[in-house]
Design a protein around this ligand. Structure first.
Ligand code: CP
Length: 323
C-alpha cells in the first residue's frame, strides 16, 4: 500500500479487520518489519490521539519515528505555487517536501481544511503535493477532507462491540461553537458505506455531506427518528460542506444556541436499542454530548481512541510490506 487516504486503499475490509484483531492480540508480532526504517509524522495542526497512537504504532513495528510540528519551530511553509513569497512563510513545500523525504521512508500528514476554498480543500492539494514530491508512501493523519485512521479505528470498535450481525449505525451532527472540517464525518460515512451495517446520517438541513462520501446512505433530518432502534450513535459536528450552496462552505449556518436540542443526551439515547455512544475525541461536553451519556457504560470513546494504535499499526504494516 503506497498511500492511505480512502477506504479502498485498504482493500477487503474483512481481511483488514482480521489483521487488526491479529495485531490486537499481539501488537509486537511484526516488530522486525520496520527495523532501520523511519516514519516522519508531519503535523500542520494540533493532535493528541493521532500523534501518540501513530508513534506507538510505528514503534510496535520497530520503526524510528520523527515528529515535525510545522507551527512550532519549523519555517512557516508556503503551499501555493506561483506566489511571491513576501509574507511570513519562509520556505516552500516544493523544497521542504523532498528535504523531509530524504530523512525518512514513510510520511504521515496532518493538514486540516482551510474551510475558505472548497475546491482547494476537496482536491486534497497539500496531501497530493506530499505524494508527488516526496517519492515516499504517504498516509493521512487527517487531511482536508478525510481521517481514515480514525474511521478504521471506529470500524474496529463497532466490530468488537456489535451484538447484531448487521447493526444500525447513526452518524449525527451535533452543535459546536467553532466551524469544524468535514474530514471525520466524511471518512466515517465512507467507511460505514463499505461495511456491513445499516447506516443512517442525521443533521439539520444545509449540512449535507459530499455525495462522494455519503453515497446512498439514508439521510434523516429528524434526529429522534434517526436514533430509533440504533445500535451505535456516532456524534460529530461539521461545518457546512457547501454541497447545495457552495458560498456557504465552511460556515456555521445557525447560532449554535438555537440548536442545542441536537446535543446527544439521555432523551435521544432512550429510543435507541441500548445504543453505544461514539465520538472521535476531543469532544466538548454538554455541547456535542452530555456528561451522563459520555460517562455511561455504553460510551465507547476510550476503547475507540485506544483502537487508533491498532488501525495505525495495520496501515503502517501494509505500507512497510510494500516498500
Ligand atoms: N481523533 C483525533 O484525531 O484526535 P487528535 O486530533 O487528538 O489526534
Amino acid at each position: 500500500m503506497k498511500s492511505f487516504l480512502n477506504v479502498t486503499d485498504l482493500g477487503d475490509l474483512r481481511v483488514a479487520l482480521d489483521e487488526a484483531m491479529e495485531i490486537k492480540n499481539d501488537r509486537y508480532k511484526y516488530a522486525e518489519l520496520g527495523k532501520n526504517k523511519t516514519a516522519l509524522l508531519v503535523f500542520f495542526n494540533n493532535s493528541l490521539r493521532t500523534r501518540l497512537s501513530t508513534q506507538k504504532a510505528a514503534q510496535n513495528l520497530g520503526m524510528n519515528v520523527i515528529v515535525l510540528d510545522v507551527n512550532a519551530g519549523a519555517w512557516k511553509l508556503e503551499a501555493e505555487r506561483g506566489v511571491v513569497m513576501d509574507s511570513d512563510k519562509s520556505e516552500h513545500l516544493l523544497e521542504a517536501i523532498p528535504v523531509m523525504a530524504s530523512y525518512c521512508d514513510v510520511i504521515g500528514i496532518r493538514s486540516f481544511a482551510g474551510l475558505t476554498d472548497r475546491e482547494y480543500d476537496y482536491a486534497e492539494t497539500v496531501y497530493h503535493q506530499f505524494v508527488k514530491y516526496s517519492g515516499r508512501p504517504v498516509f493521512a493523519m487527517e487531511t482536508a477532507t478525510v481521517h481514515p485512521l480514525q474511521a478504521f479505528a471506529d470500524l474496529i470498535t463497532i466490530e468488537e462491540h456489535k451484538t447484531a450481525k448487521r447493526p444500525k449505525v447513526v452518524l449525527t451532527w451535533a452543535p459546536h461553537p467553532k466551524a469544524l472540517p468535514q474530514a471525520v464525518p466524511n471518512s466515517f460515512a465512507e467507511w460505514m458505506n463499505a461495511a456491513d451495517v445499516d447506516f443512517v446520517v442525521t443533521h439539520p438541513e444545509g449540512y449535507e455531506l459530499d455525495p462522494a462520501f455519503v453515497g446512498n446512505a439514508r439521510v434523516e433530518y429528524d434526529q429522534m427518528k434517526a436514533f430509533e432502534g440504533a445500535d451505535f450513535i456516532y456524534a460529530k459536528n461539521w461545518s457546512c460542506p457547501g454541497v447545495t450552496r457552495p458560498e456557504q462552505y465552511g460556515q456555521i449556518l445557525e447560532d449554535y444556541h438555537t440548536q442545542l436540542d441536537w446535543t446527544v443526551s439521555e432523551r435521544q439515547m432512550a429510543v435507541t436499542n441500548n445504543g453505544k455512544f461514539m465520538h472521535c475525541l476531543p469532544v466538548r461536553r454538554n455541547m456535542i454530548v452530555t456528561d451522563d451519556v459520555i460517562e455511561s457504560p455504553n460510551s465507547l470513546v476510550i476503547p475507540e481512541a485506544a483502537n487508533r494504535e491498532i488501525s495505525a499499526t495495520v496501515v503502517l504494516k501494509r505500507i512497510l510490506e510494500s516498500i
